[in-house]
Ligand binder design. Structure first.
Ligand code: FE2
Ligand code: FE2
Length: 280
């Protein structure tokens, strides 16, 4: 059942909690993204930290719930928690699949868990919420880039495509929640921007290191110049992920920024109709 945040702004989306029961088994190829070890490793590197990361998002937002009086925003927070909890469940299954295929998903996940525990304990609740808002901006803009590239999604194995498209849709649906709670309960603009700079540094560094390690552990017979160039083109080519994401990333630093400034309802509706069989 859709949970609509009445506090939502003009381009915002309804937040619908959908339960998925995805299965990653023998039929799922190890190199599930275009049979390409580079593209697969880059998205695996992004996927592995989701269970501890999303649990951290939930507790960072939930901490401020008593200070949220707006009933629409309170409903949105509950829907956000429901969506993130479901993402965690499916990504635990996905990480198990990676582990079964010989990738060190559990060790990498445990490392992230430890780092987040330390960071959460050392930071103030406002810093934890600012970090959540920053990383939620990352997930929302990467999600947009994915949904805006459905021909690329077609090159994923069907179950992996459903995982990523479903997760991307819901990340966009709840993109304003942590931000709105931050604006309501903290509202410190300097802190928001400072934490985004730090989060960007760690996000890029950690994902690059994880991706490099996963590529090193991928099948040498699958690697080579041709798949590497293909991956480089997806990331840096025209239109490419970076060209789509960069202006959206930079917008976070604008005074008066709000996640819903970016109207991507059409892109989301198209992906819902195609992958979740939900009519526009
Ligand atoms: Fe999520
Ligand atoms: Fe999220």
């Amino acid at each position: 059942m859709p949970i609509t945040a009445t506090a939502a702004r003009r381009n915002d989306h309804d937040i619908t909690v959908r339960r998925m029961d995805l299965t990653f088994d023998e039929s799922t190829p190890t190199y599930w993204f275009d049979d390409n070890p580079y593209l697969t490793s880059i998205l695996n590197a992004l996927a592995i930290p989701f269970p501890p990361g999303e649990r951290d998002f939930i507790r960072s937002v939930r901490h401020f719930l008593p200070q949220v009086e707006d009933t629409g925003l309170r409903a949105a927070v509950r829907a956000f928690i429901g969506q993130e909890a479901n993402h965690t469940k499916e990504h635990i299954a996905f990480n198990q699949f990676l582990e079964d295929r010989g990738f060190p998903a559990r060790a990498m996940e445990d490392f992230v868990t430890q780092r987040l525990e330390t960071m959460h304990a050392r930071s103030t609740p406002a810093e934890n919420l600012a970090r959540t808002a920053a990383l939620e901006h990352f997930t929302a803009i990467l999600a947009h880039s994915l949904l805006d590239s459905l021909p690329l999604v077609e090159t994923m194995s069907p179950e992996a495509a459903r995982l990523w498209v479903w997760h991307a849709i819901e990340e966009i649906e709840h993109r304003s929640v942590a931000f709105d709670v931050y604006e309501t309960a903290v509202g410190d603009e300097k802190l928001r921007l400072r934490v985004m700079v730090q989060a960007t540094f760690f996000f890029l560094l950690m994902n690059s290191l994880r991706a490099r390690e996963l590529i090193k552990r991928s099948d040498p017979a699958k690697r080579g110049l041709r798949p590497a160039l293909r991956a480089a083109n997806v990331l840096f080519g025209k239109p490419g992920v970076f060209r789509k994401v960069l202006p959206l990333y930079v917008s976070y630093y604008r005074r008066g920024f709000h996640p819903s400034d970016h109207d991507n309802r059409e892109v989301v509706e198209r992906a819902k109709a195609r992958y979740l069989s939900e009519a526009a």
